[in-house]
Design a protein around this ligand. Sequence first.
Ligand code: 6CS
Length: 272
Amino acid sequence: MKKTLLTLALMVTPVCAMADKLDDLKAQGFVRIAIANEPPFTAVAADGTVSGAAPDVAREVFKRLGVGEVVASISEYGAMIPGLQAHRHDVITAGLFMKPERCAAVAYSEPVLCDAESFLLPKGNPKGFKSFADIAADPTAKIGAPGGGTEEKLALDAGVPRDRVIVVPDGQSGLKMLQDGRIDVYSLPILSISDLMKKAEDPNLEMFAPVEGAPVYCDGAAFNKDDTALRDAFDVELAKMKESRDFAKIIEPYGFSAAAAMSTSRAKLCGE
Ligand code: 6CS
């Protein structure tokens, strides 16, 4: 008898866990998302309106789960996972690319936004930078990249010394630092650099993409490891949206490819 009760208790716990967290969010009326404000992945307008492909997908998924609003807080990429683990937000929806070391720390959804890497450079690419290794090989070159971000790690892993990898808080700062000659190259995903160039309208700049030797990355919504049941509920709705093309209708106007996200999986991207 006792064994049966214990088995029953273990069987219902996961459902209760999801029910508790999702019920909490429903009762709260909103879900707290971490974003970076890096268009077109994430964007915050002057009036505080939150958009961008990642928050738009999350807003629609959570609406279908019965949570009507998203409340966003801007965070540096390197601070997003610690913030999630400290329960300062409920989910990261920011283009936080899936990589094994991150997959070990959070519970990712299935893939949402995929992109390759790029360099923003002076016109003519005078130093001929095509890869992070090229930057490492030039002892005078300084590269700007987001703190705790993928491009910072790619530069360090390619052998660029720490003092030549400059942490840049946001796109506008990176653009200005490049224009002022304080860095020789600024690296972000292709769509982010494209957005910056479009807005800068600066004929003295050019983009090199895709960066040679850097993979195509995809993000997912990143949940606390304790919230895998909520993550699974998110994935059910995401899969329905992918199937019905509602997913494509949200992300493709931003320049992202639904097919790219649907051609891969969390298991592959996390190296499971
Ligand atoms: O996941 C990351 O680390 C990268 N993701 C985006 C969308 N921009 C830069 C950042 O390094």
